[in-house]
Design a protein around this ligand. Structure first.
Ligand SMILES: *[C@@H]1O[C@H](CO)[C@@H](O)[C@H](O)[C@H]1NC(C)=O
Ligand SMILES: *[C@@H]1O[C@H](CO)[C@@H](O)[C@H](O)[C@H]1NC(C)=O
Ligand SMILES: *[C@@H]1O[C@H](CO)[C@@H](O)[C@H](O)[C@H]1NC(C)=O
Ligand SMILES: *[C@@H]1O[C@H](CO)[C@@H](O)[C@H](O)[C@H]1NC(C)=O
Ligand SMILES: *[C@@H]1O[C@H](CO)[C@@H](O)[C@H](O)[C@H]1NC(C)=O
Ligand SMILES: *[C@@H]1O[C@H](CO)[C@@H](O)[C@H](O)[C@H]1NC(C)=O
Ligand SMILES: *[C@@H]1O[C@H](CO)[C@@H](O)[C@H](O)[C@H]1NC(C)=O
Ligand SMILES: *[C@@H]1O[C@H](CO)[C@@H](O)[C@H](O)[C@H]1NC(C)=O
Ligand SMILES: *[C@@H]1O[C@H](CO)[C@@H](O)[C@H](O)[C@H]1NC(C)=O
Ligand SMILES: *[C@@H]1O[C@H](CO)[C@@H](O)[C@H](O)[C@H]1NC(C)=O
Length: 331
Protein backbone atom coordinates (compact mmCIF):
# COMPACT_ATOMS: atom_id res chain seq x y z
CA UNK A 1 0.00 0.00 0.00
CA UNK A 2 2.78 2.41 1.05
CA UNK A 3 4.81 1.36 -1.98
CA UNK A 4 1.92 1.73 -4.37
CA UNK A 5 1.19 5.30 -3.39
CA UNK A 6 4.88 6.21 -3.59
CA UNK A 7 5.14 4.77 -7.12
CA UNK A 8 1.99 6.65 -8.03
CA UNK A 9 3.45 9.87 -6.68
CA UNK A 10 6.65 9.41 -8.72
CA UNK A 11 4.52 8.76 -11.79
CA UNK A 12 2.43 11.88 -11.30
CA UNK A 13 5.50 14.01 -10.63
CA UNK A 14 7.32 12.77 -13.74
CA UNK A 15 4.19 13.28 -15.82
CA UNK A 16 3.90 16.84 -14.56
CA UNK A 17 7.58 17.49 -15.28
CA UNK A 18 7.38 16.01 -18.76
CA UNK A 19 4.34 18.03 -19.78
CA UNK A 20 5.55 21.30 -18.28
CA UNK A 21 8.83 20.96 -20.18
CA UNK A 22 6.90 21.07 -23.44
CA UNK A 23 5.96 24.71 -23.11
CA UNK A 24 9.44 26.12 -22.84
CA UNK A 25 11.21 25.45 -26.11
CA UNK A 26 8.73 26.75 -28.67
CA UNK A 27 9.78 28.54 -31.87
CA UNK A 28 11.41 31.46 -30.11
CA UNK A 29 12.64 29.06 -27.45
CA UNK A 30 12.07 30.80 -24.15
CA UNK A 31 8.82 32.42 -25.12
CA UNK A 32 7.29 31.68 -21.81
CA UNK A 33 5.57 33.52 -19.08
CA UNK A 34 7.64 31.68 -16.45
CA UNK A 35 11.36 31.34 -17.12
CA UNK A 36 11.99 30.11 -13.57
CA UNK A 37 10.67 26.71 -14.72
CA UNK A 38 13.54 26.14 -17.15
CA UNK A 39 15.72 23.43 -15.61
CA UNK A 40 19.52 23.53 -15.46
CA UNK A 41 22.50 21.26 -15.11
CA UNK A 42 25.49 23.22 -13.86
CA UNK A 43 29.19 22.69 -14.70
CA UNK A 44 28.70 19.95 -17.30
CA UNK A 45 32.44 19.67 -17.89
CA UNK A 46 33.13 15.94 -18.18
CA UNK A 47 32.13 13.12 -20.55
CA UNK A 48 30.26 11.43 -17.74
CA UNK A 49 28.26 14.53 -16.77
CA UNK A 50 27.45 15.33 -20.38
CA UNK A 51 26.21 11.82 -21.01
CA UNK A 52 24.14 11.74 -17.81
CA UNK A 53 22.55 15.12 -18.43
CA UNK A 54 21.82 14.55 -22.11
CA UNK A 55 19.90 11.43 -21.08
CA UNK A 56 18.04 13.22 -18.29
CA UNK A 57 14.76 14.41 -19.75
CA UNK A 58 14.12 16.67 -16.76
CA UNK A 59 17.06 18.92 -17.76
CA UNK A 60 16.64 21.60 -20.42
CA UNK A 61 19.78 23.74 -20.23
CA UNK A 62 23.38 22.55 -19.83
CA UNK A 63 25.77 25.08 -18.35
CA UNK A 64 29.48 24.43 -18.92
CA UNK A 65 32.83 26.19 -18.57
CA UNK A 66 35.37 26.64 -21.34
CA UNK A 67 39.10 27.32 -21.21
CA UNK A 68 42.12 26.68 -23.40
CA UNK A 69 43.84 23.55 -22.14
CA UNK A 70 44.68 19.96 -23.01
CA UNK A 71 42.67 16.77 -23.22
CA UNK A 72 43.61 14.03 -20.77
CA UNK A 73 46.57 12.06 -22.18
CA UNK A 74 47.20 14.59 -24.89
CA UNK A 75 49.60 17.50 -25.26
CA UNK A 76 47.61 19.27 -27.95
CA UNK A 77 46.12 22.61 -26.88
CA UNK A 78 42.45 23.17 -27.65
CA UNK A 79 39.22 24.48 -26.11
CA UNK A 80 38.26 22.12 -23.31
CA UNK A 81 35.40 21.95 -20.83
CA UNK A 82 36.89 22.82 -17.43
CA UNK A 83 36.64 25.37 -14.68
CA UNK A 84 39.82 27.25 -13.76
CA UNK A 85 42.26 26.52 -12.26
CA UNK A 86 41.75 23.14 -14.00
CA UNK A 87 43.20 23.15 -17.51
CA UNK A 88 42.78 19.51 -18.45
CA UNK A 89 39.58 17.61 -19.17
CA UNK A 90 38.35 14.43 -20.81
CA UNK A 91 35.92 16.57 -22.84
CA UNK A 92 36.81 19.07 -25.54
CA UNK A 93 34.38 21.74 -26.75
CA UNK A 94 34.18 20.04 -30.14
CA UNK A 95 33.18 16.77 -28.47
CA UNK A 96 30.68 18.59 -26.26
CA UNK A 97 29.11 20.37 -29.22
CA UNK A 98 29.16 17.31 -31.45
CA UNK A 99 27.39 15.16 -28.86
CA UNK A 100 24.83 17.82 -28.02
CA UNK A 101 24.06 18.35 -31.71
CA UNK A 102 23.73 14.61 -32.28
CA UNK A 103 21.48 14.29 -29.25
CA UNK A 104 19.26 17.16 -30.39
CA UNK A 105 19.21 16.26 -34.05
CA UNK A 106 16.10 14.13 -34.27
CA UNK A 107 14.19 15.67 -31.40
CA UNK A 108 11.31 18.10 -31.63
CA UNK A 109 12.33 21.66 -30.81
CA UNK A 110 10.84 21.62 -27.33
CA UNK A 111 12.83 18.52 -26.35
CA UNK A 112 16.22 19.78 -27.43
CA UNK A 113 18.79 20.71 -24.81
CA UNK A 114 20.14 24.22 -24.81
CA UNK A 115 23.72 25.09 -23.87
CA UNK A 116 25.20 27.95 -21.90
CA UNK A 117 28.89 28.31 -22.67
CA UNK A 118 30.74 30.13 -19.93
CA UNK A 119 33.97 31.58 -21.32
CA UNK A 120 36.57 32.22 -18.66
CA UNK A 121 39.01 33.89 -21.05
CA UNK A 122 38.86 35.61 -24.42
CA UNK A 123 40.95 33.09 -26.46
CA UNK A 124 38.51 30.32 -25.50
CA UNK A 125 35.58 32.43 -26.72
CA UNK A 126 37.34 33.34 -29.94
CA UNK A 127 38.25 29.74 -30.75
CA UNK A 128 34.81 28.41 -29.81
CA UNK A 129 32.90 30.96 -31.85
CA UNK A 130 35.04 29.98 -34.84
CA UNK A 131 34.15 26.33 -34.22
CA UNK A 132 30.45 27.22 -33.91
CA UNK A 133 30.66 29.26 -37.11
CA UNK A 134 32.15 26.33 -39.01
CA UNK A 135 29.40 24.02 -37.76
CA UNK A 136 26.88 26.69 -38.77
CA UNK A 137 28.47 26.77 -42.22
CA UNK A 138 28.19 23.03 -42.80
CA UNK A 139 25.22 22.08 -40.66
CA UNK A 140 23.13 25.11 -39.69
CA UNK A 141 20.06 22.90 -39.11
CA UNK A 142 22.02 21.01 -36.47
CA UNK A 143 22.49 24.20 -34.44
CA UNK A 144 18.82 24.89 -33.90
CA UNK A 145 18.76 24.90 -30.13
CA UNK A 146 19.46 27.62 -27.55
CA UNK A 147 23.14 28.59 -27.50
CA UNK A 148 24.24 31.11 -24.90
CA UNK A 149 27.56 32.92 -25.12
CA UNK A 150 28.47 33.86 -21.55
CA UNK A 151 31.35 35.86 -20.09
CA UNK A 152 32.13 38.30 -17.33
CA UNK A 153 32.88 41.50 -19.18
CA UNK A 154 32.87 44.08 -16.36
CA UNK A 155 34.28 44.31 -12.85
CA UNK A 156 31.47 43.86 -10.35
CA UNK A 157 30.73 43.39 -6.66
CA UNK A 158 31.91 43.03 -3.98
CA UNK A 159 34.32 46.00 -3.77
CA UNK A 160 36.10 45.72 -7.08
CA UNK A 161 36.52 42.07 -7.91
CA UNK A 162 39.19 40.22 -9.82
CA UNK A 163 40.41 41.33 -13.22
CA UNK A 164 38.12 41.10 -16.21
CA UNK A 165 39.45 38.62 -18.77
CA UNK A 166 36.98 39.13 -21.62
CA UNK A 167 36.56 42.36 -23.57
CA UNK A 168 32.78 42.68 -23.95
CA UNK A 169 32.88 44.86 -27.04
CA UNK A 170 35.05 42.33 -28.88
CA UNK A 171 32.96 39.41 -27.64
CA UNK A 172 29.78 41.02 -28.96
CA UNK A 173 31.51 41.75 -32.31
CA UNK A 174 32.54 38.09 -32.63
CA UNK A 175 29.13 36.82 -31.61
CA UNK A 176 27.42 39.10 -34.13
CA UNK A 177 29.82 38.03 -36.85
CA UNK A 178 29.71 34.27 -36.19
CA UNK A 179 26.49 33.38 -34.44
CA UNK A 180 24.06 36.31 -34.33
CA UNK A 181 21.13 34.15 -33.31
CA UNK A 182 22.76 32.96 -30.14
CA UNK A 183 21.98 34.63 -26.82
CA UNK A 184 24.50 36.98 -25.26
CA UNK A 185 24.90 36.42 -21.56
CA UNK A 186 26.92 39.33 -20.20
CA UNK A 187 27.96 39.56 -16.59
CA UNK A 188 30.32 40.97 -14.00
CA UNK A 189 33.26 39.38 -12.20
CA UNK A 190 32.32 38.86 -8.55
CA UNK A 191 33.82 38.22 -5.13
CA UNK A 192 31.40 36.39 -2.87
CA UNK A 193 31.32 33.50 -0.43
CA UNK A 194 34.61 31.95 0.73
CA UNK A 195 37.69 33.58 -0.74
CA UNK A 196 41.07 31.88 -1.15
CA UNK A 197 42.35 34.24 1.57
CA UNK A 198 39.88 32.63 3.98
CA UNK A 199 37.69 35.74 4.06
CA UNK A 200 33.96 34.99 3.74
CA UNK A 201 31.81 37.58 1.96
CA UNK A 202 28.12 37.14 2.64
CA UNK A 203 26.69 40.48 1.62
CA UNK A 204 26.94 42.88 -1.29
CA UNK A 205 24.95 44.31 -4.14
CA UNK A 206 25.09 45.27 -7.80
CA UNK A 207 25.41 49.04 -7.75
CA UNK A 208 23.71 51.59 -9.97
CA UNK A 209 27.09 52.46 -11.52
CA UNK A 210 27.72 48.81 -12.37
CA UNK A 211 24.36 48.30 -14.05
CA UNK A 212 24.68 51.61 -15.91
CA UNK A 213 28.05 50.50 -17.23
CA UNK A 214 26.48 47.28 -18.55
CA UNK A 215 23.55 49.10 -20.15
CA UNK A 216 26.08 51.39 -21.86
CA UNK A 217 28.16 48.51 -23.24
CA UNK A 218 25.21 46.95 -25.00
CA UNK A 219 23.78 50.26 -26.18
CA UNK A 220 27.16 51.16 -27.70
CA UNK A 221 27.58 47.74 -29.33
CA UNK A 222 24.15 47.73 -30.96
CA UNK A 223 23.46 51.00 -32.66
CA UNK A 224 20.47 50.48 -34.93
CA UNK A 225 17.01 49.68 -33.64
CA UNK A 226 16.83 46.57 -35.77
CA UNK A 227 20.14 45.30 -34.32
CA UNK A 228 18.78 45.96 -30.86
CA UNK A 229 15.45 44.29 -31.35
CA UNK A 230 17.14 41.17 -32.81
CA UNK A 231 19.73 40.83 -30.07
CA UNK A 232 18.92 38.33 -27.37
CA UNK A 233 20.46 39.36 -24.09
CA UNK A 234 20.48 37.96 -20.57
CA UNK A 235 22.50 39.16 -17.59
CA UNK A 236 23.97 36.46 -15.36
CA UNK A 237 23.86 37.53 -11.72
CA UNK A 238 25.43 35.89 -8.71
CA UNK A 239 22.28 35.08 -6.78
CA UNK A 240 23.47 35.94 -3.26
CA UNK A 241 24.39 39.42 -4.47
CA UNK A 242 21.42 39.90 -6.78
CA UNK A 243 18.86 39.31 -4.01
CA UNK A 244 20.10 42.55 -2.41
CA UNK A 245 19.88 44.49 -5.65
CA UNK A 246 16.25 44.31 -6.75
CA UNK A 247 15.92 48.00 -7.52
CA UNK A 248 19.07 48.22 -9.64
CA UNK A 249 18.28 45.00 -11.50
CA UNK A 250 14.81 46.22 -12.35
CA UNK A 251 16.39 49.45 -13.55
CA UNK A 252 18.90 47.52 -15.71
CA UNK A 253 16.17 45.45 -17.34
CA UNK A 254 14.06 48.53 -17.94
CA UNK A 255 17.05 50.28 -19.52
CA UNK A 256 17.87 47.30 -21.70
CA UNK A 257 14.20 46.76 -22.43
CA UNK A 258 13.79 50.15 -24.09
CA UNK A 259 14.90 48.72 -27.41
CA UNK A 260 16.19 45.23 -26.80
CA UNK A 261 13.55 42.54 -27.07
CA UNK A 262 12.93 40.64 -23.83
CA UNK A 263 16.13 41.05 -21.83
CA UNK A 264 16.32 38.78 -18.80
CA UNK A 265 18.55 37.88 -15.87
CA UNK A 266 19.92 34.46 -14.96
CA UNK A 267 20.65 33.81 -11.31
CA UNK A 268 23.57 31.45 -10.65
CA UNK A 269 25.45 30.43 -7.51
CA UNK A 270 29.02 29.40 -6.80
CA UNK A 271 29.80 25.97 -5.38
CA UNK A 272 30.74 27.48 -1.99
CA UNK A 273 28.18 30.27 -1.82
CA UNK A 274 25.82 30.35 1.15
CA UNK A 275 22.53 28.56 0.39
CA UNK A 276 19.96 31.19 -0.56
CA UNK A 277 17.19 32.35 1.69
CA UNK A 278 14.10 30.99 -0.06
CA UNK A 279 11.64 33.76 0.89
CA UNK A 280 14.17 36.35 -0.30
CA UNK A 281 14.56 34.48 -3.60
CA UNK A 282 10.79 34.34 -4.04
CA UNK A 283 10.55 38.07 -3.37
CA UNK A 284 13.22 38.73 -6.00
CA UNK A 285 11.40 36.64 -8.59
CA UNK A 286 8.10 38.38 -7.89
CA UNK A 287 9.70 41.84 -8.01
CA UNK A 288 11.57 41.23 -11.29
CA UNK A 289 8.82 39.07 -12.81
CA UNK A 290 8.87 35.39 -13.72
CA UNK A 291 9.04 36.18 -17.40
CA UNK A 292 12.46 37.80 -16.90
CA UNK A 293 14.28 35.46 -14.48
CA UNK A 294 16.09 32.19 -15.22
CA UNK A 295 17.16 30.22 -12.12
CA UNK A 296 20.35 28.20 -12.59
CA UNK A 297 20.47 27.29 -8.89
CA UNK A 298 20.88 23.52 -8.52
CA UNK A 299 22.16 23.81 -4.92
CA UNK A 300 19.65 26.23 -3.46
CA UNK A 301 16.73 24.65 -5.29
CA UNK A 302 17.85 21.21 -4.16
CA UNK A 303 18.38 19.50 -7.50
CA UNK A 304 22.13 19.48 -7.77
CA UNK A 305 23.09 16.48 -9.86
CA UNK A 306 26.79 17.27 -9.90
CA UNK A 307 27.33 17.75 -6.17
CA UNK A 308 24.95 15.24 -4.65
CA UNK A 309 26.40 12.48 -6.84
CA UNK A 310 30.09 13.25 -6.95
CA UNK A 311 30.66 9.51 -7.26
CA UNK A 312 29.76 7.42 -10.21
CA UNK A 313 26.16 6.19 -9.64
CA UNK A 314 27.50 2.67 -10.13
CA UNK A 315 29.32 3.19 -6.86
CA UNK A 316 26.01 2.97 -5.00
CA UNK A 317 25.12 -0.25 -6.78
CA UNK A 318 28.48 -1.84 -5.95
CA UNK A 319 28.27 -0.49 -2.41
CA UNK A 320 24.81 -2.05 -1.88
CA UNK A 321 25.94 -5.38 -3.32
CA UNK A 322 28.97 -5.46 -1.04
CA UNK A 323 26.75 -4.59 1.92
CA UNK A 324 24.32 -7.41 1.11
CA UNK A 325 27.25 -9.79 0.68
CA UNK A 326 28.69 -8.78 4.06
CA UNK A 327 25.31 -9.19 5.74
CA UNK A 328 25.01 -12.68 4.29
CA UNK A 329 28.53 -13.60 5.39
CA UNK A 330 28.16 -12.38 8.97
CA UNK A 331 24.59 -13.43 9.60
C1 LIG B 1 5.00 33.96 -27.95
O1 LIG B 1 4.44 33.08 -28.90
C2 LIG B 1 3.12 33.38 -29.24
C3 LIG B 1 2.61 32.28 -30.16
O2 LIG B 1 3.57 31.92 -31.11
C4 LIG B 1 3.09 34.76 -29.93
O3 LIG B 1 1.77 35.08 -30.25
C5 LIG B 1 3.65 35.79 -28.95
O4 LIG B 1 3.71 37.04 -29.56
C6 LIG B 1 5.01 35.39 -28.48
N1 LIG B 1 5.47 36.30 -27.44
C7 LIG B 1 6.67 36.84 -27.42
C8 LIG B 1 6.97 37.72 -26.26
O5 LIG B 1 7.51 36.63 -28.28
C1 LIG C 1 48.04 24.02 -17.16
O1 LIG C 1 48.38 24.43 -15.87
C2 LIG C 1 49.69 24.03 -15.49
C3 LIG C 1 49.89 24.37 -14.03
O2 LIG C 1 49.46 25.65 -13.76
C4 LIG C 1 50.70 24.74 -16.42
O3 LIG C 1 52.00 24.34 -16.09
C5 LIG C 1 50.39 24.38 -17.87
O4 LIG C 1 51.23 25.11 -18.75
C6 LIG C 1 48.95 24.67 -18.19
N1 LIG C 1 48.64 24.16 -19.53
C7 LIG C 1 48.03 24.90 -20.47
C8 LIG C 1 47.80 24.22 -21.78
O5 LIG C 1 47.69 26.05 -20.29
C1 LIG D 1 53.36 15.84 -28.08
O1 LIG D 1 53.63 14.48 -27.83
C2 LIG D 1 54.17 13.78 -28.94
C3 LIG D 1 54.31 12.33 -28.59
O2 LIG D 1 53.88 12.03 -27.34
C4 LIG D 1 55.51 14.41 -29.30
O3 LIG D 1 56.05 13.75 -30.44
C5 LIG D 1 55.32 15.88 -29.61
O4 LIG D 1 56.54 16.51 -29.85
C6 LIG D 1 54.61 16.59 -28.45
N1 LIG D 1 54.30 17.94 -28.87
C7 LIG D 1 54.54 18.97 -28.08
C8 LIG D 1 54.13 20.31 -28.64
O5 LIG D 1 54.99 18.87 -26.97
C1 LIG E 1 30.42 13.91 -34.53
O1 LIG E 1 31.46 12.99 -34.62
C2 LIG E 1 31.15 11.84 -35.38
C3 LIG E 1 32.30 10.88 -35.29
O2 LIG E 1 33.52 11.53 -35.45
C4 LIG E 1 30.86 12.26 -36.81
O3 LIG E 1 30.53 11.13 -37.58
C5 LIG E 1 29.71 13.23 -36.79
O4 LIG E 1 29.47 13.70 -38.09
C6 LIG E 1 30.02 14.38 -35.89
N1 LIG E 1 28.85 15.20 -35.78
C7 LIG E 1 28.87 16.48 -35.94
C8 LIG E 1 27.59 17.21 -35.73
O5 LIG E 1 29.89 17.06 -36.21
C1 LIG F 1 18.41 10.88 -36.94
O1 LIG F 1 17.62 10.62 -38.09
C2 LIG F 1 18.38 10.26 -39.24
C3 LIG F 1 17.45 10.18 -40.45
O2 LIG F 1 16.22 9.68 -40.08
C4 LIG F 1 19.09 8.94 -38.95
O3 LIG F 1 19.86 8.57 -40.06
C5 LIG F 1 20.00 9.14 -37.74
O4 LIG F 1 20.60 7.91 -37.37
C6 LIG F 1 19.23 9.67 -36.54
N1 LIG F 1 20.18 10.05 -35.53
C7 LIG F 1 20.01 9.75 -34.24
C8 LIG F 1 21.07 10.25 -33.31
O5 LIG F 1 19.07 9.14 -33.84
C1 LIG G 1 33.51 47.00 0.95
O1 LIG G 1 33.80 48.38 1.10
C2 LIG G 1 33.01 49.00 2.10
C3 LIG G 1 33.28 50.46 2.08
O2 LIG G 1 34.65 50.72 1.87
C4 LIG G 1 33.33 48.35 3.45
O3 LIG G 1 32.55 48.93 4.45
C5 LIG G 1 33.03 46.87 3.36
O4 LIG G 1 33.41 46.22 4.54
C6 LIG G 1 33.78 46.22 2.21
N1 LIG G 1 33.32 44.85 2.07
C7 LIG G 1 34.13 43.83 1.76
C8 LIG G 1 33.52 42.49 1.68
O5 LIG G 1 35.31 43.99 1.53
C1 LIG H 1 37.92 46.35 -25.98
O1 LIG H 1 38.04 46.22 -27.38
C2 LIG H 1 37.70 47.39 -28.07
C3 LIG H 1 37.63 47.05 -29.55
O2 LIG H 1 38.72 46.29 -29.94
C4 LIG H 1 38.71 48.47 -27.71
O3 LIG H 1 38.39 49.66 -28.40
C5 LIG H 1 38.67 48.70 -26.22
O4 LIG H 1 39.67 49.60 -25.83
C6 LIG H 1 38.86 47.42 -25.45
N1 LIG H 1 38.58 47.64 -24.05
C7 LIG H 1 39.41 47.32 -23.09
C8 LIG H 1 38.98 47.62 -21.70
O5 LIG H 1 40.48 46.80 -23.32
C1 LIG I 1 24.28 30.81 -39.07
O1 LIG I 1 24.68 31.56 -40.18
C2 LIG I 1 23.62 32.19 -40.88
C3 LIG I 1 24.15 32.79 -42.16
O2 LIG I 1 25.27 33.58 -41.91
C4 LIG I 1 22.99 33.21 -39.96
O3 LIG I 1 21.91 33.86 -40.60
C5 LIG I 1 22.49 32.50 -38.71
O4 LIG I 1 21.97 33.43 -37.82
C6 LIG I 1 23.61 31.71 -38.06
N1 LIG I 1 23.09 30.91 -36.96
C7 LIG I 1 23.08 31.32 -35.70
C8 LIG I 1 22.56 30.34 -34.70
O5 LIG I 1 23.47 32.41 -35.35
C1 LIG J 1 23.78 44.05 2.81
O1 LIG J 1 24.17 44.99 1.81
C2 LIG J 1 23.15 45.89 1.44
C3 LIG J 1 23.63 46.73 0.29
O2 LIG J 1 25.00 46.64 0.08
C4 LIG J 1 22.74 46.73 2.64
O3 LIG J 1 21.69 47.56 2.28
C5 LIG J 1 22.29 45.79 3.76
O4 LIG J 1 22.03 46.52 4.90
C6 LIG J 1 23.35 44.76 4.08
N1 LIG J 1 22.82 43.77 5.01
C7 LIG J 1 23.49 43.32 6.03
C8 LIG J 1 22.82 42.31 6.88
O5 LIG J 1 24.63 43.70 6.28
C1 LIG K 1 13.97 52.90 -29.43
O1 LIG K 1 13.29 52.62 -30.63
C2 LIG K 1 12.48 53.67 -31.12
C3 LIG K 1 11.78 53.20 -32.36
O2 LIG K 1 11.61 51.82 -32.39
C4 LIG K 1 13.33 54.87 -31.38
O3 LIG K 1 12.49 55.94 -31.79
C5 LIG K 1 14.07 55.28 -30.12
O4 LIG K 1 14.95 56.33 -30.41
C6 LIG K 1 14.85 54.12 -29.57
N1 LIG K 1 15.38 54.50 -28.26
C7 LIG K 1 16.61 54.27 -27.88
C8 LIG K 1 16.99 54.71 -26.51
O5 LIG K 1 17.42 53.70 -28.59
Amino acid sequence: MEKLSFTKLIFIVSLAMASSALDYFPEGYFNSSDLTKITWAHAVNTKQLLETNLKDSSIQMLEADLVIGTLTNSNETTVIMAHPPANTSDLSFEMFLNQTMEHNRNLTVENRKGIKLDFKEFPAAEASLAILASFNGTDSEGLRFPIWINADILAGPVNGSTDVKVNGTRLIQLQQEHLPQSTLSLGWTTRFGRQSSGEVITNGSYTREQVDEMANVIKAAFTTDSEKSNAQVTFPLRAGIALNSVENINYLLDQAGINFSSPSVTLWEGGDDPILDRPLLDQFVEAINRNRVFLDLPRSLGNDTSASFPLNPNFFLVFSLVLVLLMMLFR
